[in-house]
Structures are given as structure tokens and as C-alpha cells.
Design a protein around this ligand. Structure first.
Ligand SMILES: *[C@@H]1O[C@H](CO)[C@@H](O)[C@H](O)[C@H]1NC(C)=O
Ligand SMILES: *[C@@H]1O[C@H](CO)[C@@H](O)[C@H](O)[C@H]1NC(C)=O
Ligand SMILES: *[C@@H]1O[C@H](CO)[C@@H](O)[C@H](O)[C@H]1NC(C)=O
Ligand SMILES: *[C@@H]1O[C@H](CO)[C@@H](O)[C@H](O)[C@H]1NC(C)=O
Length: 424
């Protein structure tokens, strides 16, 4: 498989605990917030968010990274942003059996081990499938859809974070000390992975349980590279966001449920596509049937225009050459006019469509060709899962509200950090 093509980070092996007890617990947290409204400190905290600049791009880098400071004294680590998995882990000197080259020295773990019976540990293992052979430690193994994996042990350490109002916080959070990694096909030169999925072990879920932030994750990936990530609900106006409920059927991932593919405003008849949103994937993937229908429609649409397929360009499976090399997707929009969309339905009722303009499905290769950034998911082992990757989430805010169990999106300028009131 060519490098940079398969870029899907999805936790395959382990799933999170069912959310029945979770739900009760979340309600309890919210009423705690309300109950302590006399404490202005608490109210400020609830209103506050944590903001991180993001570096990276869809092409040519193929990943987005966030710097997180961990340890005492804090040391920086570059982490791959992944809403498709829960656990945050660092390459770790425990000592390391097999580590991949990383930008920073290996993380030195604390000896503050998470116990095997801890709920964070059970959240990383299928119920009933994990025998606590060493009760005082929690072993984990995560596998990603690109074939990569990390094996290690959970430890607690101090994270150095700042609220947008300037207040610093240093919570102790559980993270994976990964001492045995296998690189996947889309291996990136980073120190570890920042898991932002729906499960209890995610950093944001842990911060919520400590009453520090609402369990909301959002990102804004800029089309020119970079962008920002945030935890909490203080950085957007909810009334300008298109919200749709998270699927209660596919609870492992951030999924708005199933969708029908529309092409240029018309239904294609390709329905019941199970769609997940995954920032750990650079490109978007459709199952074989949908992929085939899409490429046929596109080829038909483009026939008669002075564009030629460019099979010699190996950047992605399907590239087109113009009369002159394209410098940007904007150039290519002379030919590519079609807006695709994923029309989600909710128990039969139509919900808001997720639109894909050419910027959300094309890249310009280093040869100046326009290449389709929607790939055949069946080919990379995703079976029927359809993945909305970074390419299709650029230049808008995508928000995962785990408390209200909704996913939202809204147009946004991701080139600048959002404005917020500092020092409230
Ligand atoms: C919290 O308080 C607000 C305002 O008093 C109310 O609208 C909201 O429903 C309360 N939330 C919970 C979870 O009790
Ligand atoms: C990750 O982001 C930092 C800035 O936060 C940047 O300096 C660094 O080059 C990036 N690392 C990689 C490997 O892209
Ligand atoms: C938090 O703010 C302090 C003081 O403004 C700054 O020195 C520090 O680098 C910030 N930390 C992070 C993780 O952004
Ligand atoms: C997608 O991949 C599958 C599995 O490799 C293959 O059988 C199928 O022909 C591919 N579809 C298209 C349209 O290329």
C-alpha cells in the first residue's frame, strides 16, 4: 500500500463499556455543576474551554498534530489527533521493547499505575474478557485500522493545561505508556496519539469526571494547514451549529447514523451508508459500492471537459491532469463543480446534510494534478464503514458533544484561533 494513502486510525479491537451507567453519571455531573452555582470558580470552570493550536495538513503531511505538556516538570509531546479512538498514549521508556522514531525523547513513566479494577481499565477491554493477572496494573493494547498498534500499561501523570480565561490547571490523568509499537502503513513521526473518542478513557471524559470541563471536543482544520482543537463548550455559538444526534447503534465511534449519498443535489440511491467522523483519517472512505457509484458519476460529469485521467500520478488512485498544472483546488473548480453531500436520516426523518464541496474531496498533487481524496474503504479493510476524514472536515468546526450526545458542524475560519473573553 502506498504511503500516505491509508491513514485511518480507528480503534478496532476494544470497545467501550455500554453507556447505561455512563448516562446516569453524566446527568449527575451536570447537576453538580448546577448545584455549585454559588461557587463562581466552579461556574467559571464550566464556562471555560481548553484550546490548542493544531499543526499539519491533509496533503502532503497526512496528519494533524497537537502539542501536549505532560509530566513534572512538564515536557512537550507531539500527538496525532484521533477522534476515532479513546486512549491517549506516548512512546514510553518502560523500557521500550519496540518504539518508532519520534521527535522527542521517550516518555519516562511515573510509578503511579492505574489498577486493573479501575473503571478506566475496564473501559479499554471488552466486558468479561480481561482477567486481572496483575491486579495492580492495567495492561492495554490498541490496534488501528492501518495495521499499527501500541501495547503498554496505564499510568497517571500531570497534564499542564490552560483555560481560555488564563487559569492554569494541572490535573492528573491516565495515559498509556506504550512500550511496544508496530507502525501502521500511515506511520507518522510523532510521540503518540491523542485519543478523543466517545469512551471513558479519553482525556476529555477524564477531565469531565474531575469537574474541569464539559465533555465536548471540537476541531477546526484549516484548508491551508493548521487550525485548532478545543475541549469544552465555550468557543462556539450553539445556535449557529447544525446538530444531529449521535447514533445509539454504533456507539464505538462518532457517528451521525446512516446517510444517503447525493451528487450535485440529486439522490444517488446509494443509501444506508454507516458514516463515522474520524480526525485520525486524512482522507474520506466510502464502501466499494458507493465508491464505484461515485467514481462513475464523476467520470461521466468530467467527460467532454478538457481533463485527462493521469494514471501515472501515483499520489492517489484517481488523478486528473488539466491543460496546465493546477496550483490549487480553486483552479480545478473550473472543471469540478459538483457538490456531494451525505444526507443523514434519523428513524426515517431527514436530517441536515453534510456537504462536500470540491475542497472537501480533492487535493492537488505535487505534479499539479487534481486527485480524488475519497477512497475505496473496502480495499483497506473498513468493510461497510464509511469514514469522513480530515479532507472533508476542513474549514469548518466539527463538534462532538458527548453530554448531549450530538455531533455538530458549522462554517468557520480555522486560520486563526477563535476569539474568547480572557480573564472573565
Ligand atoms: C441547570 O440549570 C439551568 C438554569 O437554571 C436549567 O435550565 C438546566 O436544565 C439545569 N440543568 C440540569 C442538568 O439540571
Ligand atoms: C507538531 O506541531 C509543532 C507545533 O506545535 C511543530 O513545531 C512540529 O513541527 C509538529 N511536528 C510534526 C512532526 O509535524
Ligand atoms: C499556559 O499559560 C502559561 C502562562 O501564560 C504559559 O507559560 C504556558 O506555556 C501555557 N501552557 C500551555 C500548555 O499552553
Ligand atoms: C474496492 O475494493 C474492493 C476490495 O479490494 C474491490 O473488490 C473493488 O473492486 C474496489 N472497487 C472499486 C470500484 O475499485
Amino acid at each position: 500500500m502506498r504511503k500516505g494513502q491509508v491513514n485511518v486510525f480507528i480503534l478496532l479491537l476494544f470497545f467501550t463499556l455500554s453507556s447505561a451507567s455512563d448516562q446516569r453519571w453524566r446527568k449527575a455531573m451536570i447537576s453538580t455543576y448546577n448545584g455549585s452555582s454559588s461557587s463562581s470558580m466552579m461556574m467559571n470552570r464550566v464556562g471555560s474551554s481548553i484550546l490548542f493550536p493544531i499543526h499539519g495538513n491533509v496533503y502532503p503531511a497526512g496528519y494533524y498534530n497537537v502539542t501536549i505538556n505532560i509530566g513534572h516538570p512538564p515536557k512537550p509531546y507531539f500527538l496525532d489527533l484521533d477522534t476515532g479512538s479513546d486512549l491517549t498514549w506516548l512512546q514510553c521508556n518502560a523500557p521500550c521493547v519496540h518504539c518508532i522514531e519520534a521527535p522527542h525523547p521517550l516518555y519516562q513513566p511515573t510509578n503511579d499505575l492505574v489498577a486493573c479494577k479501575d473503571q478506566l481499565c475496564s473501559a479499554l477491554h471488552p466486558p468479561g474478557d480481561y482477567k486481572c493477572e496483575s491486579p495492580d496494573q492495567c495492561d492495554y493494547e490498541v490496534e488501528y485500522a492501518d495495521g499499527g498498534s501500541s501495547l503498554g500499561v496505564l499510568v497517571r501523570d500531570t497534564f499542564s493545561l490552560n483555560y481560555t480565561n488564563g487559569i492554569r490547571l494541572s490535573p492528573r490523568l491516565a495515559l498509556g505508556c506504550g512500550y511496544d509499537q508496530i507502525p501502521g502503513t500511515s506511520n507518522h513521526p510523532l510521540d503518540g496519539i491523542l485519543g478523543l473518542g466517545r469512551g471513558k478513557s479519553s482525556i476529555v471524559s477524564q477531565l469531565q469526571r474531575q469537574g474541569l470541563v464539559r465533555n465536548v471536543v471540537g476541531h477546526c482544520l484549516s484548508g491551508i494547514g493548521g487550525g485548532f482543537l478545543f475541549f469544552g463548550d465555550g468557543l462556539y455559538d450553539s445556535s449557529h451549529v447544525t446538530w444531529t444526534p449521535m447514533s445509539q447503534e454504533f456507539t464505538k465511534y462518532y457517528s451521525p447514523g446512516s446517510a444517503e449519498l447525493h451528487f450535485g443535489g440529486k439522490a444517488t440511491g446509494i443509501k444506508n451508508l454507516i458514516v463515522i467522523f474520524d480526525s485520525g483519517s486524512s482522507y474520506t472512505y466510502l464502501n466499494s459500492q458507493a465508491y464505484q457509484a461515485l467514481t462513475e458519476l464523476l467520470k461521466k460529469e468530467l467527460s467532454g471537459r478538457s481533463l485527462k485521467e493521469a494514471p501515472e500520478d501515483q499520489t492517489l488512485p484517481l488523478c486528473w491532469k488539466g491543460r496546465k498544472p493546477f496550483r490549487s483546488v480553486h483552479d480545478a473548480k473550473k472543471y469540478f463543480k459538483t457538490v456531494l453531500s451525505l444526507a443523514f436520516t434519523n428513524s426515517g426523518r431527514r436530517k441536515a446534510p453534510f456537504e462536500l464541496h470540491p475542497e472537501a474531496y480533492l487535493i492537488i498533487s505535487n505534479k499539479g494534478n487534481a486527485c480524488l481524496g475519497i477512497l475505496n474503504g473496502t480495499q483497506v479493510g473498513l468493510q461497510n464503514l464509511n469514514v469522513v476524514g480530515d479532507i472533508s472536515m476542513q474549514d469548518r468546526m466539527v463538534i462532538y458533544d458527548n453530554e448531549k450526545q450530538v455531533i455538530g458542524w458549522s462554517p468557520a475560519n480555522c486560520d486563526h484561533l477563535p476569539m474568547f473573553r480572557s480573564y472573565i
